[in-house]
Design a protein around this ligand. Structure first.
Ligand code: DHE
Length: 521
């Protein structure tokens, strides 16, 4: 008699076979990891001399796939090739193992941060810059190809220093208000302090397991680190000493990751985008929290339980309730309003920070990249523009009445925008798609694209920064054997090409510390 197997039994049987198979592979992966990887990447996969191997960090390992990196190693790092040691199945198993979320997210306490503090034993401070270049026109270039940072003289474009950074730097480095020091953050939560005047690293410390970005307070005393793992905001002092590790708990008691932290200079505060909770946080960075705050200071929660330094009012928090979690903030120049992206990637929500609530909503389909938004005066009115990560256009918005002024078609979705007070143009990259090699130039008044640059056909060119006086624009040729391409910002002609290893962001001291209109904050 033939035995009949029902469809649902067959599915269950297959599920058991698949589950057993992948469990077996995961065990192999774990064993291989312990044997071959743990000595560099840490027993708990949290990183050691090599980076953390957890999904939050691996999502950004771009280019070669994870298995290719395990098989063939990673150029310009100490990561060896395992193709001769491991079979293809074993490589798959270990890649699967490190791609699994951690069973348990460990804490990263003030004591852990303090223990990770690594000063540069050779650091010698200098009372004045050791170079003759204008210290306010220094431009830093983050080279992600081999995890270095180049220090450029913004007048001669000579490289004054090139130093190693922690693995996978992300977001803009933050300058001290006098431009003397800069703080640089990696996705593994390392914060590096570098002395621009003496051209030397001062120290580094690990502020979290997985971090998003950093912000420095208006007075340069406090450095905030926004974290995914653990669910905390770390506050360090200017010497990288931990001052507060604040668990991010929403009003309903649930924990949230922090998408980003921003400095609001006129408010003397940090503004936090919460990834998992419908709240925006504002944290006071001085006792007297800024001119716009006089009426609101009383509503700060004096919740200093977690504080190690409990000066009255300092780091006091204010929650702003919104309808859904908002991300990726653009701020108007007065820091009265922000625009955050909605979760569906189709709307921008304007939140007024003074009254503490949403005041307008904008249609922004195609995933706006508001964090790259910049603002300028066009035909007498103040506008801002944002690129979109999923559509080839720039949306220009009137920031007086929050209306859409124009949707400018571009050659593809872009990532970054830049301009300068003394430039008539906005520069936009086309980061994604077949036109990733183009830079498009928008006239600030007519809002028309007036020129398209094609400096390296077939290669990715992206991210623009201006020199202090706006006379030159620097563009990244975003390739392993890449370059910073220097343009005359008026004639739009190429002036110079400086070889660099996959340069990403570039940051001019003056433009950043003065919050130039042409730069995203
Ligand atoms: Fe970034 C800035 C978030 C992916 C390169 N990016 C920022 C900032 C945030 C952010 C919140 C502002 C930080 C600051 O400067 O203080 N970035 C995100 C993401 O959520 C996203 C989309 C996904 C992620 O995994 O984080 C993302 N970013 C990327 C990249 O893939 C880029 C192109 C390459 C990389 O380094 O990973 C990238 N992000 C940058 C750069 C800046 C940045 C170069 C600084 C821009 C500036 O001019 O200030």
């Amino acid at each position: 008699m033939t035995q009949r197997i029902s469809f649902s039994n067959l599915v269950s049987a297959l599920a058991i076979i698949v589950a057993t198979g992948s469990e077996g592979r995961a065990q192999d992966g774990a064993a291989i990891y312990t044997d071959l990887c743990a000595s560099c990447h840490g027993e708990a996969r949290l990183g050691s001399i090599g980076p953390a191997l957890i999904p939050e960090a691996l999502a950004r390992l771009r280019g070669a796939s994870l298995e290719e990196v395990i098989a063939h190693g990673r150029v310009a790092t100490q990561m060896p090739a395992f193709a001769q040691t491991l079979s293809a199945a074993e490589i798959t198993a270990v890649a699967e193992y490190v791609s699994q979320p951690l069973d348990h997210v460990p804490d990263w306490t003030a004591a852990d941060i303090a223990a990770s503090y690594t000063p540069n034993p050779d650091y010698t401070p200098s009372p004045a810059p050791v170079f003759s270049a204008d210290p306010m026109n220094i431009t830093l270039v983050v080279e992600t190809g081999d995890h270095h940072l180049s220090v450029l003289d913004g007048d001669t474009f000579e490289v004054l220093d090139r130093f190693p950074t922690p693995f996978a730097v992300h977001g803009g480095p933050k300058f001290s208000p006098d431009g003397h020091f800069v703080y640089i953050m990696s996705r593994d939560g390392w914060v590096q302090k570098y002395d621009i005047w003496s051209l030397q690293e001062v120290a580094r410390t690990r502020a979290a397991i997985n971090a998003r970005n950093i912000a420095l307070s208006n007075d340069g005393r406090w450095l905030a680190v926004a974290n995914y793992l653990p669910h905390t905001l770390t506050i360090l002092d200017a010497d990288l000493t931990p001052v507060q590790v604040r668990r991010v708990v929403a009003a309903d008691g649930s924990e949230s990751r922090v998408s980003a932290v921003y400095q609001a200079p006129q408010r003397d505060s940090f503004i936090l985008a919460l990834k998992d909770a419908p709240e925006i946080w504002e944290i006071a960075t001085s006792e007297d929290a800024g001119p716009y705050h006089d009426g609101f200071v009383h509503s700060y929660e004096k919740d200093m339980n977690e504080a190690l330094a409990a000066e009255e009012g300092l780091f006091a928090r204010r929650r702003i309730a919104v309808d859904e979690p908002l991300d990726d903030f653009f701020f108007d120049p007065a820091y009265r309003n922000l625009i955050g992206a909605s979760r569906d990637g189709a709307r921008g929500v304007v939140v007024n920070l003074d009254v503490g609530r949403a005041i307008a909503e904008l249609p922004l389909p195609g995933m706006p990249h508001l964090g790259s938004g910049i603002s300028w005066i066009s035909q007498g009115r103040r506008v801002m523009a944002t690129p979109h990560l999923k559509e080839g256009r720039l949306t220009v918005i009137n920031t007086d009445d929050w209306s859409v002024v124009k949707s400018v078609e571009t050659l593809g979705p872009g990532f970054f925008l830049r301009s300068h007070e003394d430039s008539p143009y906005v520069w936009a990259d086309v980061f994604f798609g077949p036109n990733k090699d183009k830079i498009q130039i928008l006239d600030k008044d007519s809002l028309e694209i007036v020129r398209t640059l094609d400096p390296a056909p077939g290669k990715t060119v992206a991210h623009i920064e201006f020199t202090r006086d706006g006379s030159h624009a620097l563009v990244s040729l975003w390739e392993e054997d890449g370059a910073v391409i220097v343009y005359d910002a008026r004639t739009l002609e190429e002036v110079k090409r400086l070889p660099m290893r996959k340069p990403s962001g570039k940051y001019n001291v003056w433009n950043k510390i003065t919050f130039s209109d042409g730069t995203s904050h």
